[in-house]
Design a protein around this ligand. Structure first.
Ligand SMILES: *[C@@H]1O[C@H](CO)[C@@H](O)[C@H](O)[C@H]1NC(C)=O
Ligand SMILES: *[C@@H]1O[C@H](CO)[C@@H](O)[C@H](O)[C@H]1NC(C)=O
Ligand SMILES: *[C@@H]1O[C@H](CO)[C@@H](O)[C@H](O)[C@H]1NC(C)=O
Ligand SMILES: *[C@@H]1O[C@H](CO)[C@@H](O)[C@H](O)[C@H]1NC(C)=O
Length: 217
């Protein structure tokens, strides 16, 4: 073979080799494997204990649960609290209803807290909405500039049941005994209790909060 022919053969082999490497589509299964390995490696290197999926790991843990199914921007969950109205005055020790409406969510699904906390990735339903459940949390705001301590709340409830056909919840709140300014918020989680994952950070919030006052007669 002449030197010229050797060069031609060399370059043909080189080009075919490069093409064949790039022709392998960025193998999806391989990508999943390496992501899982990365997750596991991440927790192996973490100083925190691995997740045991019990709700009792209050001192923190490291989880390798993947994000799961993330909906499109046409399915961003959203809530509006419609009762009480903002700034409403509610009497001490008087039961009242907190009402909220929602869109783009399938509520009423909650995994077993003591077995499956944060265990499962997020799932979406056939309509494309995240499957999960809501909560209502009420805190007293001791002064306008004091950031509330999340460990200290006046009322909290998960909402594991389905709403009625109007996609509205009416949550009974027992009478609050102390006067003052309060903050009532919803918060939305996936079925396995983790905060929900959305496809964009460029959006309105998921949850709503209102302020109201509790006063003696
Ligand atoms: C999970 O871990 C926590 C501490 O991180 C421990 O208190 C709890 O008993 C463990 N639960 C199970 C089911 O192993
Ligand atoms: C959750 O699992 C625990 C432990 O197995 C069990 O005792 C409890 O009844 C379960 N809760 C529900 C709501 O199924
Ligand atoms: C929790 O909040 C209430 C109401 O603001 C306050 O009276 C109480 O001292 C707080 N408790 C703790 C442990 O911070
Ligand atoms: C559904 O709506 C009705 C009427 O507004 C209300 O009485 C009921 O409490 C609601 N159900 C739920 C689960 O919120």
């Amino acid at each position: 073979m002449s030197n010229l022919n050797k060069y031609i053969v060399f370059y043909i082999v080189l080009i075919l080799t490069i093409c064949s490497v790039y022709a392998i589509p960025n193998n999806l299964n391989k990508r999943h494997d390496s992501d899982e390995t990365k997750c596991n490696d991440f927790c192996q290197k973490s100083k925190l204990p691995p997740a045991n999926f019990s709700s009792e790991q209050l001192t923190g843990f490291c989880s390798s649960t993947v994000l799961g199914e993330v909906p499109s921007t046409d399915h961003l969950a959203s809530i509006l609290i419609t009762k009480p109205s903002y700034g409403e005055i509610i009497q001490c020790n008087k039961e009242f209803i907190l009402e909220f409406k929602f869109v783009n969510f399938q509520p009423g699904a909650a995994s077993n807290l003591s077995l499956d906390f944060d265990r499962y990735p997020q799932s979406i339903n056939e309509d494309g909405n995240i499957i999960g459940h809501y909560h209502v949390s009420i805190q007293k705001i001791p002064s306008p500039n004091a950031v509330p301590d999340p460990k200290n709340y006046t009322f909290f409830t998960p909402i594991n049941y389905s709403p009625n056909a109007t996609e509205t919840y009416q949550v009974p709140i027992p009478g609050l005994t102390e006067e003052g300014m309060y903050r009532a918020c919803t918060y939305t989680t996936a079925e396995s209790h983790q905060c929900i994952n959305l496809p964009t950070g460029d959006r309105g919030p998921i949850d709503d909060c209102i302020r109201f006052k509790v006063e003696k007669d």
